[in-house]
Design a protein around this ligand. Structure first.
Ligand SMILES: [Zn+2]
Length: 245
């Protein structure tokens, strides 16, 4: 067993010895790889939002499955060309982004992980990843899953918890509006500028509350933990697509 006295779910906090020993003892069963974006989030929220929110979720899921799962924080930026009108946004082109994801997954497979959940926190990454996933599965034939952290939410959750609108995905997750602002208010409130919430055109962020920012992750983490538990237990196996005969 590793000699770590306190368990940190972030892979980057481990030394090579601690990691090697945890792998050799078969303690580590799975890994979460967060994907995000550094992009404008209206006038009132910091550009790192998607990175922070996806990591809040990933770390809580890993904590719930402790000590079998770590979070590999490999890439902050994502595909954000559609936000480039607002300077400060950092965007990767789809080819670059997918190459980096491919390399990071390859690193995790070579580290010995057989269960990898690529957990996304930014809408612009979704379609490129989904359309490429069958190729990734052929290249990395492990139990490799892709999903956005809000995929486990549904219409009922929107009706229960949101006040401003209940459409998926326009209101849930939306962009920097009621849902995301609630997440930030609860988990990293230093990223929210209350004055700017008052004077910008989009009023929907004003509906964000710490309470909603507590209620949503509770549901998300519970369902994602169940999902990943299935991955680790072998009941949720990814099918490797066939090759041409
Ligand atoms: Zn966002």
């Amino acid at each position: 067993m590793p000699q770590k006295t306190s368990f940190d779910v972030r892979l980057g906090k481990w030394t090579r010895r601690e990691f090697r020993q945890a792998m050799e003892s078969c303690q580590l069963k799975g890994c979460i790889l967060p994907l995000a974006a550094v992009e404008q989030h209206l006038e009132h929220m910091a550009m790192e939002h998607d990175w922070r929110s996806v990591n809040v979720i990933a770390e809580q899921v890993a904590e719930a499955l402790r000590p079998g799962v770590v979070v590999a924080q490999g890439i902050m930026a994502g595909i954000s060309e559609h936000h480039m009108k607002h300077p400060g946004t950092l965007s990767l082109s789809p080819g670059t982004f997918l190459s980096v994801v491919d390399d990071l997954v390859d690193s995790l497979v070579r580290a010995g992980f057989e269960n990898i959940l690529v957990l996304n926190g930014h809408g612009g990454n979704v379609i490129p990843c989904q359309q490429t996933w069958d190729q990734f599965l052929r290249r990395h034939p492990v139990n490799l899953h892709f999903m956005s952290y809000w995929d486990v939410l549904n219409q009922e959750d929107a009706l229960d918890l949101l006040e401003g609108g209940h459409r998926l995905p326009e209101d849930l997750p939306g962009h920097a509006q009621e849902f995301e602002t609630s997440m930030a208010l609860r988990w990293f409130s230093e990223n929210v500028r209350s004055q700017a919430m008052q004077d910008q055109k989009d009023r929907s962020p004003l509906l964000g509350t710490r309470e909603k920012g507590e209620a949503f992750p509770r549901r998300i983490v519970e369902r994602l933990t169940d999902y990943m538990h299935g991955m680790l237990a072998g009941s949720r196996k990814q099918t490797i697509p066939p090759f041409h005969p």
